[in-house]
Design a protein around this ligand. Structure first.
Ligand SMILES: Nc1ncnc2c1ncn2[C@@H]1O[C@H](COP(=O)(O)OP(=O)(O)OP(=O)(O)O)[C@@H](O)[C@H]1O
Ligand SMILES: [Mg+2]
Length: 243
């Protein structure tokens, strides 16, 4: 991989493979993935259940180590980055919306949403104010003091989205962010994600099965069986991946 490619890509994967388990239970979740994603775009990642979408974005976000290959994110080589530095890099640069939300049950919506700012050293008052602003933008201004078990699935999902956006990450990675949302809430969330996270020096990856989200994507990456099958952009539809 050349330096030029790394500088121009928000995400650059080269020969990335991920195996789970050993022996008879071994699963090849990612099979030698080569993928470059530019800055300034919202990329949709689609494909059937079990094809490797969550695994791929977990590797990109530095939450999971690949078995083989090189992972470059925001110009940094995650493959060579040590544990403590990777935790700091993630905290500073990456927002992640998990498929299962992963909210902290003992914290209110506002407290959950401000966690990334508290970790970054913001004062509690400033962090809560910023979290309130985002929760209001996703339609939860009246549920700031509710605990996760007092919120519906779609409300919890929106708290998770506010938490991922609150520190204005340079790379935002969302796993099915609209799965539990009605049409209007889904649109509000996608509009907010585009407004906050699609910038010339930022990038967004959204895993989705929701065809209503397709209009918000600049590029659609289709996966099957741990491989990239196809990449379509708004300008050049239908580029088949080589493998
Ligand atoms: N921690 C794990 N241990 C063992 N196998 C795993 C683990 N995580 C994922 N897998 C396997 O890796 C493959 C890819 O899983 P992954 O969760 O990435 O799929 P996905 O595309 O996100 O599916 P879905 O659309 O259902 O969320 C699957 O075969 C899955 O069983
Ligand atoms: Mg998944």
């Amino acid at each position: 991989m050349t330096d030029v490619a790394v500088r121009n890509a928000a995400v650059a994967l080269s020969g990335v493979a991920k195996e789970f388990g050993t022996g008879d239970t071994k699963t090849l979740a990612l099979a030698d993935i080569d993928l470059e994603l530019p800055y300034g775009e919202l990329v949709l990642l689609v494909g059937p259940s079990g094809c490797g979408k969550t695994t791929l974005i977990s590797v990109v976000a530095g939450l999971l180590d690949a078995t083989r290959g090189q992972t470059e994110v925001l110009g940094q080589n995650l493959t060579r980055m040590g544990g403590a530095r990777k935790v700091r890099f993630r905290g500073d640069n990456i927002g992640f919306v998990f498929q299962q939300y992963n909210l902290l049950p003992a914290l209110t919506a506002a407290e959950n949403a401000c966690v990334p700012l508290l970790i970054a050293g913001w004062s509690r008052a400033k962090a809560v104010a910023k979290a309130r602003e985002l929760l209001t933008a996703v339609g939860l201004g009246n549920r700031l003091d509710s605990y996760p078990n007092q919120l519906s699935g779609g409300q919890q999902q929106r708290v998770a989205i506010a938490r991922a956006l609150v520190h204005e990450p340079r790379l935002l990675v969302c796993d099915e962010p609209t799965a539990a949302l009605d049409a209007a809430s889904g649109r509000t969330v996608m509009e907010l994600i585009r407004k906050v996270a699609v910038q010339p020096d930022r990038a967004v990856i959204v895993v989705t099965h929701d065809s209503r989200v397709y209009d918000f994507g600049d590029r659609i990456v289709s996966m099957a069986d741990g491989r990239i099958e196809r990449i379509e952009t708004k300008n050049s539809p239908g580029v088949r991946a080589e493998h």
